[in-house]
Ligand binder design. Structure first.
Ligand SMILES: Cc1cc2nc3c(=O)[nH]c(=O)nc-3n(C[C@H](O)[C@H](O)[C@H](O)COP(=O)(O)OP(=O)(O)OC[C@H]3O[C@@H](n4cnc5c(N)ncnc54)[C@H](O)[C@@H]3O)c2cc1C
Length: 369
């Protein structure tokens, strides 16, 4: 048995023990873990779309924190299910994903995991009466399957659109089809990028390629919908743009981004601000970036990739996740000055705030960092 020894502080910090009651292979790369609290009060209700935060051993000591959405029905009292993709290394010179490979390769039925939550505000608006479109790419379907469970018990019209490579990596397909068949008014559309011969023969997908504006236009009769999106960055960018291009107002589009969880990792030591390299000490009249909270000012380096990269080069550690203008984690208050976006953020922050990962200063700026 591979129980991860819970530190004594676990309970005080809100983490509690969940026992693995089932491990189910859902596709070539995705498995589900059914979890039951060791102590009865360890189960807390969740809203469809929310996630749990898991504390797992890191290679070489310490621990990592990783988020996994609850993929079962919110009516599953006393149990959670998470559905996890094994994030293998993209090339031989980098390590496999820490958390997902720990779960896939080392965690078995009977083991104990430490989890906190449920958390997150990417949740189904249960008050709305509008039709719903659930749009997912890859393992991004997990929170949307929980939403589909909740929606099956309503009368709202639902379209569940899922994009993935092919039937081999298509998780929870039978469950989605069963839910959709449980009452009229719910439909699916599966879009495979690289369908196999078997997929074609069995008619497992409805369209081939990627989700485009044309596909969405074809699938969505003119109406007012609530959209929920979850998937990898290129999927999110393409689908968000397509929906906006079709005239869907921003406030109708809710999304979650499964970014890398680096930002959640507790730093081993307090972050120290190192002095700036001498070449970057501000000359009179130069364009400067002041990090107000850190009490540090430096001349802007025009070769810096972004304000985030510049802050890091100065020894600061702002929170970040996607580094692609999608997740909003690196948002900072702009005390003064202006920034220019070299990459359009998915959701442009309001005046007075800036997304550091995809912007550069227009002149001298003061950031609340
Ligand atoms: C709100 C939220 C909900 C989520 N829900 C789910 C869910 O339901 N299911 C799910 O599967 N995931 C989910 N995720 C993603 C999940 O939290 C993890 O980010 C994911 O499992 C990867 O974590 P990991 O520790 O396995 O990989 P990491 O260790 O973070 O590595 C990620 C990838 O980078 C590669 N890598 C490592 N080092 C390098 C390097 N030096 N250079 C290049 N590449 C490198 C790894 O091989 C791996 O492929 C969610 C994320 C969020 C934010």
């Amino acid at each position: 048995m591979n129980a991860y020894a819970a530190p004594v502080s676990a309970r005080r910090s809100g983490f509690r023990e969940l026992k693995v009651a089932g491990k189910v292979r859902e596709s070539a790369t995705i498995s589900s873990f059914h979890l039951e609290p060791v102590e009865a009060e360890g189960w807390r209700p969740f809203e469809p779309g929310q996630f749990l935060v898991f504390r797992m051993p890191a290679r070489g000591g310490g621990f990592v924190l990783r988020n996994y959405s609850v993929s079962c029905s919110p009516e599953s009292r006393g149990r959670y299910r998470i559905t996890v993709k094994r994030e293998a290394a993209p090339s031989a010179d980098v390590p496999d994903g820490v958390g997902s490979c720990y779960l896939h390769d080392h965690v078995e039925v009977g083991d104990i995991l430490l989890a906190e939550g449920p958390r997150g505000d990417f949740v189904l608006d249960g008050e709305s009466k509008r039709h719903v479109v659930l749009l997912s790419g890859g393992v991004g379907l997990t929170p949307l399957v929980a939403m589909l469970h909740a929606l099956a018990a309503t009368e709202r019209k639902v379209l569940f659109i899922h994009a993935c490579d092919n039937g081999d990596v298509h998780a929870l397909r039978d469950e989605v089809e069963m839910l959709v068949a449980s009452r009229p008014g719910m439909t699916t559309h599966f879009c495979y990028r690289l369908p196999t011969v078997g997929d074609r023969a069995a008619g497992r997908h409805h369209s081939e390629g990627v989700v485009t504006r044309e596909l969405l236009q074809r699938l969505l009769p003119l109406d007012d919908y609530d959209f929920y999106l979850c998937g990898p960055p290129p999927f999110m960018q393409a689908v968000h743009r397509a929906l906006r291009g079709l005239g869907v107002p921003k406030q109708r589009i809710a999304y979650e981004f499964f970014g890398p969880a680096t930002v959640l990792e507790a730093p081993a030591e307090p972050v120290r601000v190192t002095p700036p390299p001498p070449a970057l000490v501000a000359a009179a009249g130069a364009m400067t970036v002041e990090f107000r909270k850190s009490g540090h000012t430096a001349a802007w380096d025009p070769t810096a990739e972004s304000l985030l990269a510049f802050a890091e080069a100065q020894g600061l550690s702002p929170d970040f996740s996607c580094r692609a203008g999608i997740c909003g984690t690196c948002k900072s208050r702009l005390v003064s000055g202006e920034v220019a976006y070299f990459e359009e953020p998915l959701d442009e922050p309001p005046p007075g705030e800036a997304l550091l990962c995809c912007s550069k200063p227009r002149g001298s700026v003061v950031l609340d960092l």
